[in-house]
Design a protein around this ligand. Structure first.
Ligand SMILES: [Zn+2]
Length: 145
């Protein structure tokens, strides 16, 4: 279980940029191919832009050609909540941050194997953080000699 983080809308407005606020607090959607992370390939953890909760690993990111960052798995099951969304005359599954309630995007069932799930997420709801203290192949430095 993740402890809830409750803040007033005024506080959120101060902490977020207008675009971030529109997406995560007003359940907005950024224009396709406009987000900072659509073509991002760096490795790390995509965390909630509002509360820093880790949401997705870069290893689960793939190019869905939808225009939004897409993931086929979550970093931790209890970090993301799924709700039915009946807006726009459709029934969709909305993904929100389990800690602060930030609107992230939607979940579809046309993802790649093995999950078959596509998490279609707004860049403005995410911040990419590099993995700290995790050695191994990903941290190999190429220092010329
Ligand atoms: Zn959050």
């Amino acid at each position: 279980m993740v402890d809830k983080l409750i803040r007033s809308e005024d506080e959120w407005r101060k902490r977020l940029t207008p675009e971030q606020y529109r997406i995560v607090r007003e359940r907005g959607t950024e224009m396709p191919f406009s987000g900072a992370y659509v073509h991002e390939t760096a490795s790390g953890i995509y965390a909630c832009v509002a509360c820093d909760l880790p949401l997705f690993e870069s290893t689960a990111k793939y190019d869905s050609r939808s225009g939004w960052p897409s993931f086929w798995d979550v970093a931790a099951k209890d970090h993301i909540e799924i709700h039915e969304d009946h807006s726009l005359g459709m029934v969709r599954m909305e993904a929100t941050c389990a800690r602060c309630g930030a609107h992230l995007g939607h979940v579809f069932s046309d993802g790649p194997r093995p999950s078959g799930v596509r998490y279609c997420i707004n860049s403005a709801a995410l911040q990419l953080m590099s993995k700290m203290g995790q050695g191994g192949e990903s941290s190999a430095k190429s220092e010329s000699s």
